[in-house]
Design a protein around this ligand. Structure first.
Ligand code: F6R
Length: 601
């Protein structure tokens, strides 16, 4: 949610900033902008929409003498996505970029307006630059910056440059991610290390409450206790950037990749006859009597599926909460509970804050995450990495598959350690796990079928995705995928609940995608679908068993284990969403109003 970059040095700045922003564009693509100060020269460019628009706008600009520079890619929180609201925000002679939300901006804005300051944007961010300039009227620039951040409530990662100190870049972090990269005299700032890989050789991940400045090839760092020293870590120089490799969209490629990345998730963990999790000490689960999982969006759906597995296999009580709900409910927590967070990005603000709350309450924490060194990974006692590789499509696919697989592995690991199920059952689960990559393979036949079917599902007054047990979270996920990239209304529902209200919507324009696995509660879901069919709902049934009442039918192949059916049906729903979105002419990889990493609450 918003990406920021900064650079201090003598290299050509425009390319460094644009390169970094390209890597961060997944965090928001409502607008982008850069600002550069080189001695007396102050330049900035902003453009609405994707980064490419900024690239065009700034194409004749070059900045290759010593100076300071900042850049930003925006996901709008306050104010429409227009040029005035795009960052960097200019005061009189200073620029600021910011990721986060300044909660007391209205109060600060009022105060500044009373002093005669003129605001150009509707953003919360603009107060930072004006407050700084007011403070700088009677203070040295660094003191003015410090007084500014002392007044800010909320979450921020912010960079500020000013003609008052043209060789200095000021920074502060609280709640939103930011890191500093080093290569000799060159100093880089970014929301995530992907933006500086290949440029910086060493990195320091800032902690909340840290601030300071970069000048003369050095960084001075401070926190509430004053000046502090810090140690950097080497940064890998391998730039692993994702390419579409001949696919039309990243999302399409990522759906196809699931068959291989799931094998990576299992590698070294799912052995022939046992589960090994090297990351966990043998006594890790000692004293744990319950598991609480917190996550958002798609990751929340994998958590819901996992809750069935933890109770069924590991026989451990498991409850799941949406992180943004958990944060404010004053939850009762007991220290025999393992607190699990799930996150693709490792930066989701609500999930991160939930984790911090649980830690403050003394709970042991474990995260399931796709990005090593992310805030959630660093904050957790133990992290299990999903190994999905870079996920570029904003609508998550392979991250969901790998999260669910890893949670299944974790549940079975606990079952094995606690001997909560028989050896035969464990062997059966392992056998199913080892078949999963095959199940996730997309065949030409299936893709062609989903392409054909998608034509029938472009209108109507809504979709219900229905399922029972672990297929209920999958129904939620199928509906979310469709909503995100088709902009059609879709709801996931527990099939048995339809008759308690939603069935009132049933008519031929209500499209129902029914997940009907053979290996789990088939007769129950069948009755639920029959009830809908009797009321003329249009039914798309996904099942290994032929179903006469379906208007459309996708026959699945793997019926030997519920999780295999889960993964196969997951692919079908992903392809359905993809093909509907393509037919509607939508931007599949960067759907409107969304961002890949949600670093504001
Ligand atoms: C949906 C999607 C989002 C994320 C959610 C949490 O396709 O990607 O719902 O799942 O924003 O993000 P992470 O997993 O990065 O914490």
């Amino acid at each position: 949610m918003c990406g920021i970059v900064g650079y201090v040095g003598a290299k050509e700045k425009k390319e460094i900033l644009l390169d970094g922003l390209k890597e961060l564009e997944y965090r928001g693509y409502d607008s982008a902008g850069i600002a550069v100060i080189e001695g007396n020269n102050l330049n900035s460019f902003k453009a609405v929409g994707k980064l490419e628009n900024l690239v065009q706008k700034a194409k004749d600009f070059k900045a290759d003498s010593f100076g300071v520079s900042i850049g930003h890619t925006r996901w709008a929180t306050h104010g429409k996505p227009n040029e005035l609201n795009a960052h960097p925000h200019l005061g009189k002679n200073s620029y600021v970029v910011h990721n986060g939300i300044i909660e007391n901006y209205q109060e600060l804005k009022k105060e500044l307006i009373a002093k005669g300051v003129n605001f150009l944007s509707q953003t919360d961010t603009e107060v930072i630059v004006h407050l700084f300039e007011q403070n700088a009227l009677d203070k040295e620039p660094f003191d003015a910056f410090k007084s500014t951040i002392d007044r800010l409530d909320g979450a921020y990662a912010t960079l500020l440059i000013t003609q008052g100190a043209p060789d200095t870049l000021f920074f502060a972090k609280n709640g939103s991610p930011m890191l500093i990269g080093f290569d000799g005299e060159d100093i880089y700032f970014a929301s995530s290390d992907t933006a500086i890989i290949g440029k910086a050789k060493e990195v320091y991940y800032l902690e909340d409450g840290e601030y300071g400045y970069a000048k003369d090839g050095k960084v001075e760092l401070f926190d509430a206790n004053g000046k502090k020293s810090f140690t950097t870590k080497p940064l890998s120089s391998d730039k692993v950037s994702a390419q579409k490799d001949g696919y039309r969209f990243f999302m399409e490629k990522e759906i196809y990749e699931q068959t291989t990345v799931i094998a990576d998730t299992m590698m070294g963990r799912v052995l022939e006859s046992e589960i090994v999790l090297d990351e966990l000490d043998s006594d890790f689960f000692d004293g744990i009597n319950a598991i609480k999982i917190c996550a958002c969006g798609t990751s929340y759906h994998s958590a819901l599926a996992a809750s069935y597995l933890f109770e069924r296999l590991a026989k451990v009580r498991c409850d799941v909460e949406i992180a943004s709900e958990f944060r404010y409910k004053k939850p009762l927590l007991s220290d025999d509970t393992l607190f699990v967070t799930i996150s693709q990005s490792g930066e989701t603000a609500d999930t991160l804050e939930a984790l911090k709350m649980a830690k403050r309450a003394g709970l042991k924490s474990l995260s399931i995450c796709n990005v090593d060194n992310s805030s959630i990974v660093r904050e957790s006692d133990v992290a299990l990495l999903t190994r999905a590789g870079i996920e570029k499509g904003v609508a998550s696919t392979k991250a969901f598959a790998t999260q669910t697989m890893l949670l299944w592995i974790l549940a079975l690991y606990v079952a094995q350690e606690r001997q909560s199920i028989s050896k035969d059952l464990i062997a059966n689960e392992i056998d199913a796990m080892r078949h999963s990559p095959k199940v996730l393979k997309v065949t030409d036949e299936l893709h062609a079928k989903m392409h054909r079917l998608s034509k029938r599902y472009l209108h109507g007054h809504g979709f219900f995705f229905i399922g029972r047990d672990i297929f209920f979270p999958l129904a939620l996920e199928g509906a979310l995928k469709l909503k995100e990239i088709s902009y059609l209304h879709a709801e996931g529902y527990p099939a048995g609940e339809m008759k308690h209200g939603p069935i009132a919507l049933a008519d031929s324009n209500l499209f129902t995608v029914a997940l009907m696995p053979k290996s789990l509660l088939y007769d129950k879901i069948k009755s639920n679908v029959e009830e809908l069919s009797a009321r003329d709902a249009t039914i798309l049934a996904i099942s290994p068993l032929a179903f006469d009442l379906a208007d459309d039918f996708v026959q699945t192949k793997y019926a030997s284990h519920p999780m295999l059916e889960f993964f196969e049906m997951m692919v079908v729903t992903q392809l359905l969403a993809l093909e509907i979105s393509v037919r509607l002419g939508n931007d599949v990889d960067m759907p409107r109003n969304l961002a890949k990493s949600v670093t504001v609450e």
